[in-house]
Ligand binder design. Structure first.
Ligand SMILES: [Zn+2]
Length: 237
C-alpha cells in the first residue's frame, strides 16, 4: 500500500456533519432557564464558559442563575466580573454569591443544603450545569451531590475542571463551541481571575487544549467543544 505523501491529509474520508441533539427552538415557548453552579469563582467559566457564551447569543430570552458557593473578598469580585463577562446584560439578575469556606464544604454540608433548598424554591431551571460527581476536589463533589439531591426533573450536565489530580474522565455529552467562543472563554479566564494566574496550569493553553481535544472527539465543525457527564437523559418525542 503506498505511503501518503507528507502534504496529504491523514484522513481522506469526507468530513460529515455530526448528528446533534438540539434544544426545542419554539420561539413561543417559555424562555429557557439555565442554572450554573460553581464551588469557586472560576469553576463555571472553566467548565461551561463557551456553552454559556453561545447560549446567551443564540437564546437572548434565556434566564440564567449563576451561583458561586465560595466567593468572598477578592474572589467574590472576580466571580461577579466573570459572570458579567460571560452573561453580559443577563448577569444583572443572575448572580448569587455565597461565602462558604473554601476547602471545607464537607464540614458545611447542612448549611449548603439549606441554601440549595432556598435556591430551588425561587428558581426552577430547565438545565443545570454543575460539578462532576467523580471530581477529586471535595468542594466540587459536595456541590455535585447536592445538585442531584435538589433538582430531580431537570437535565443535569456535569462539567470538567482540569487540575493536577488528573481526574478528567470519559465524558459522554458534548457541546461544540465556535472558535470565537472558545478563544473568548480562554482569554476572559486569564483577564478576570488574577488570583489564579500564579498557578502553573491556569493558562490559555490548558483551556484551549482541553476544548480542542473534546472538539476532536465530537468532530465539532469549528474544532472546539466543551464536554460533560450526563448520568441520565430523557428524550422527549
Ligand atoms: Zn473549584
Amino acid at each position: 500500500m503506498p505511503r501518503p505523501r507528507a502534504d496529504e491529509p491523514f484522513c481522506e474520508r469526507p468530513r460529515q456533519e455530526t448528528t446533534l441533539l438540539n434544544l426545542k427552538a419554539d420561539a413561543s415557548s417559555k424562555p429557557l432557564r439555565v442554572l450554573c453552579l460553581g464551588a469557586h469563582s472560576d469553576d463555571i467559566e472553566i467548565g461551561c464558559g463557551a456553552t454559556v457564551l453561545q447560549l446567551g447569543r443564540r437564546r437572548p430570552r434565556a434566564e440564567f442563575r449563576w451561583v458561586v458557593w465560595s466567593a468572598d473578598g477578592t474572589r467574590g469580585r472576580e466571580a461577579r466580573l466573570g459572570a458579567q463577562k460571560f452573561l453580559g446584560p443577563a448577569a444583572k439578575d443572575a448572580i448569587q454569591l455565597h461565602e462558604f469556606r473554601d476547602g471545607y464544604f464537607p464540614a458545611q454540608f447542612s448549611a449548603i443544603k439549606d441554601a440549595f433548598e432556598s435556591l430551588a424554591r425561587e428558581f426552577r431551571p430547565d438545565i443545570v450545569f454543575t460539578h462532576a460527581g467523580d471530581d477529586r476536589h471535595q468542594d466540587h463533589r459536595i456541590i455535585s451531590e447536592l445538585t442531584w439531591n435538589t433538582f430531580r426533573n431537570q437535565l443535569i450536565l456535569e462539567y470538567e475542571i482540569p487540575k493536577w489530580d488528573g481526574d478528567l474522565g470519559r465524558p459522554n455529552f458534548y457541546v461544540p463551541a465556535s472558535r470565537s467562543a472558545a478563544l473568548r472563554k480562554a482569554k476572559a479566564l486569564i483577564d478576570v481571575f488574577g488570583t489564579q494566574r500564579s498557578k502553573d496550569w491556569f493558562s490559555e493553553e490548558t483551556f484551549l487544549g482541553l476544548m480542542r481535544l473534546r472538539g476532536m472527539e465530537c468532530r465539532a465543525t469549528e474544532a472546539f467543544a466543551e464536554a460533560f457527564h450526563a448520568r441520565k437523559i430523557a428524550l422527549s418525542l
